[in-house]
Design a protein around this ligand. Sequence first.
Ligand SMILES: [Zn+2]
Length: 238
Amino acid sequence: MNQLEEQLWNLQELKREEARFKKAEELKPWIKILKTLQVQIEAGEQQLEDLRKEIAKAEQKTTQLEQQATVLAAKFSESKKILQAASGSLKHLLMMQQALLTQEEQYQEAEKLHERMSRKIEENKLKRKKLQENIKMKKKEYNESLREYKKLKEQTGLKVAEVRKKLEEVKAQLEPQVLKHVEMAEKRFPLDFVAVLKNDTCTGCRISVSSALIHNLKTGKGLFHCDNCGRLLINWFE
Ligand SMILES: [Zn+2]
């Protein structure tokens, strides 16, 4: 392998490296993680909002029940007083007593409902607390992943810049006509424009090349193309 062949081979290696970094495969898992976390956070925040509404509604209802219970209690004690002071027919007294019992039942029912609602509110508040903690954790995880992703992206960008610099250095060493041939071959075989002569065969198209070309490759110093596929052909350590 002469100097030109080595330069051509380097050029192809660098182009391949550049393509690898540009594809940024190592960034893809991070993008997926970030997206998943984002969806989870949004869903959690929606749940939190629903819970907040539910709690507010229940609290409003509880206040109403408290007022209702106060009114019922007042009515009950009033009726009780009236009954104690009442006189009249037995039928009338029994009716009053019945009304008193109904009022007491209504009061107890309101109290029970109030208790149930309060319990539900406590449960929902606990749920809300857990959800808030969960969202906080997810946000932390998101920020950490984002930092990691940005770091990796920056590193990849630096690597691409580094490879491009090397590429320019190699290109600067090549004659303009050589570069023209490289560009032509590159158009047809973007990351595979340099092939090697191995066992009298082109490694690009795997077809035997003419004996004249083999002779030229082994003795000459110029730039050669595979006479079959057109790739730049170099002689490998022979
Ligand atoms: Zn070929």
